[in-house]
Design a protein around this ligand. Structure first.
Ligand code: BYC
Length: 482
């Protein structure tokens, strides 16, 4: 079969020749009903019968891989899609550098690899669960469609990891695949594995911040797993990254449109000072200091997803050739890192200090630095939006030590500028830095649904362009389709 094109004649669309891989096909078909039950229970609430204008992958060729059509979400063709195999591919880093990339799981690394696949897999359904209520308060049909697009693709990313578990990890892989459907975001007894995926996504601003910051962690993690010497994982992640780009677009443009609307409303009524919060809020738009607080929250939660700054797990993943660095093959060094160092921010004698650490154990920090750089570029694009309107305000990423629950700074409090605070001072100042209950209530008060084609809630500007070049009043979701 042509690996570029996806076979849609089977129940599970795929480009991995499932029809000739009976055992795996059977295992996946066995898992499918449980997945659909999960989707119906935990997927977008209230719109399962609506027709949604969604893209579906028809090929893994980066040029022209997707086709758009109206689909009812439970009928979305979730499938298994891997980027084409490169027969010449090698392990590009760690102690096996130069060996042929592995097509099967190396026995000695089985447990490590399974853990990486399971953690990655666990985040995908978690985000769908976190976002399941949002359809009901969508600011437009355009935004509602984007939410559902993100949701079905996160569902597909779960399939991607489940395929790896079922094909390469035998009975324990099947058990892990079942457990991915058993855990629930925020559940006290069976929570999702990583912190940020157990937080609520209570409103659309959180959704946009999440898709900007947390999906961007996804991008960095997938980029490093795409470097893996275990070739099927690499190929899976490479294709997932194609889909991921849209998710970050939704976040970046979502926040941009909120900023645009707020600044225009301020200008139109002659409000010059962004800190006149009540006056700005009275216009029915989200004030800029609250935007900053939301950003502080989502950025700091996402930093936790990189694990500890100094991590032997990360060193072992790298040494084994399982998880590389961002842009590994473009970096000019020996790709073994046994004698290298990397600067890491740590708490030393009660002070935040930059220290040299062995590069291997500092890999989480390095990836996080790459992430911060990527985030900062996006924040600059947001600042340009504000600047163009003539409003005097700048958004800024908070310091690494701010509001952390994992790693070096988990046990201290710091301001967004990185000044350490006592527990008492933190308790007093916290609501200046992070969204307070009152901020949350205000944002919630704006979340009234707008379901008329071409219309947008007052707190957000329309997008510059439609999806798939559709006109402004396109009916992206036919809500009453049934
Ligand atoms: N929460 O050595 P350490 C995405 C645990 S997002 C809870 O510091 P390590 C997406 C850790 O498991 C990308 N626990 O960290 C985005 C370990 O436990 P054990 C998802 C945490 O292992 C939006 C212990 O603490 N993919 O795709 O070097 C929508 C010490 O660990 C956390 C991946 O993350 C936490 N935040 O790094 C949809 C890639 N952090 O072993 C999707 C795969 C650490 O002592 N995962 N712990 O029981 C990994 O590469 C690594 O496991 C981590 C952690 C980066 C997560």
């Amino acid at each position: 079969m042509n690996i570029m094109n996806v076979d849609y004649t089977t129940k599970i669309p795929n480009n991995v020749n499932l029809s000739e891989d009976r055992q795996v096909l059977k295992a996946l078909e066995g898992w499918h009903p449980g997945y659909l039950d999960w989707w119906n229970d935990m997927g977008p609430e209230g719109f399962q019968e609506s027709l949604v204008y969604l893209r579906t992958a028809v090929s893994v060729d980066p040029k022209g891989w997707a086709k758009f059509d109206y689909v009812k979400m439970p009928e979305y063709r979730w499938g298994v899609l891997l980027a084409p195999q490169d027969e010449q591919r090698l392990v590009n880093f760690g102690q096996h550098k130069g060996d042929k990339a592995w097509q099967e799981v190396p026995g000695e690394y089985r447990a490590m690899l399974r853990r990486l696949v399971v953690i990655q897999g666990d985040t995908e359904p978690a985000s769908v669960e976190q976002q399941r209520h949002l359809g009901k308060t969508a600011p437009s049909l355009y935004d509602m469609r984007n939410l559902f697009q993100v949701n079905v693709e996160e569902g597909r990313h779960l399939w991607a990891m489940v395929y790896l578990l079922q094909k390469y990890f035998g009975r324990d892989g099947r058990e892990e695949a079942d457990d991915l459907l058993r855990r629930r975001s925020g559940d006290a007894d069976a929570p999702r594995m990583l912190g940020a995926f157990n937080e609520a996504t209570p409103d659309w601003l959180s959704f946009f911040m999440f898709t900007f910051f947390t999906d961007r962690d996804g991008k960095m993690q997938l980029e490093s797993l795409a470097q893996s010497g275990f070739d099927p994982l690499s190929r899976t992640c490479r294709f997932m990254l194609t889909e991921e780009a849209h998710h970050m677009f939704v976040g970046e443009t979502g926040v941009s449109r909120v900023l645009q609307r707020t600044c225009e409303a301020m200008k139109a009524t002659g409000i010059e000072d962004p800190n006149e919060i009540e006056k700005v809020r009275a216009l029915g738009v989200i004030d800029l200091p609250t935007m900053q607080k939301k950003m502080n929250l989502h950025y700091s939660l996402s930093l936790d997803l990189f694990g500890s700054e100094v991590s032997t797990n990360a060193a072992n993943f790298y040494n084994a050739g399982l998880k590389g660095r961002f842009m590994e093959t473009k970096i000019d060094d020996d790709h073994r890192l046994t004698d290298d160092h990397y600067k890491v921010l740590k708490m030393v004698d009660g002070k935040i200090t930059l220290v040299d650490e062995p590069a291997l154990t500092a890999l989480n920090m390095r990836l996080r630095d790459d992430y911060t750089e990527d985030c900062a570029k996006g924040v600059e694009r947001w600042n340009k939006v504000i600047e163009k309107t003539g409003v005097n305000f700048r958004l800024e990423l908070p310091h690494t030590a701010f509001h952390r629950q994992i790693g070096e700074f988990a046990n201290v409090h710091a301001t967004p500028k990185g000044v350490l605070l006592s527990d008492g001072d933190w308790a007093k100042a916290k609501d200046d830095y992070l969204p307070s209950a009152a901020d949350g209530d205000f944002i919630s008060s704006l979340m009234t649904p707008v379901n008329e084609p071409g219309k947008f809630a007052n707190w957000i500007s329309p997008p510059k362009m439609g999806i798939d070049n559709k006109p402004g009043d396109f009916e992206y979701v036919k809500i009453e389709a049934a």
